[in-house]
Design a binder for this molecule. Sequence first.
Ligand code: CMP
Length: 226
Amino acid sequence: MGSMDVRIEALRSIPLFANLDEGDLSDIAGLLIERKFPRDAVIFEEGTLGDYMYLIQDGQVKVTKMSEDGREKILEIFGAGDFFGEMSLLDREPRSASIKTTQACVLLALSRQDFLGLLRNSPEVCMQVVHELSRRVREADEQIRALLFERVEGRTRQILRRMAREEAPGHPDRRATDAITHQQLADLVGTSRETITRVIKELKHEGWLQQSGKQYLVPVADADPR
Ligand code: CMP
């Protein structure tokens, strides 16, 4: 597949393009530029100028902000079907956060001009973007609440609940997170790796949390998928 020749099938699994017909998808496919990145690559840094937004065809990225002393806060982890980098195209401000790959990625880049054109021409795509931005503000509100009012254990539960979106084979009563390291969990919760290791042990001991490889299994009643 050439870099400009994004296949229509690849676009069908992207929620942003749900409800679009074959003709629309084929037009959009012509605008998207496929870009591959290895794991741990910087897609862009906070504060730089934005010219493209990205759809994740495959892989995983983290959205991060840095403290002055170099600690990293992960705001969100995005996977296949998600999009990022839309904000600075919409408001022409610098990038609000950095984006780094946590797995090898296939991204589909869309230029500012083409993204804005798509929003103007397709009410369906526009509504999907607005819906997703609303979901993200809700999520950010919940993070603000948890950071102010919860201790590390409560925040860890909250992050794990939010990330537990997959079916867990063999565990009908649980939902699984993506594979995630203690360091990533610490950077999401806003604490040290050592503290996370202790809290994870406690949550397992109490029976609330189970682990399968690097995936965490949360009771289905507590999981709050999108
Ligand atoms: P932009 O500001 O262009 O570049 C950084 C991107 O990170 C931003 O667009 C959004 O796509 C994404 N982003 C920033 N803040 C959040 C957040 N709180 N939750 C989810 N995604 C975010």
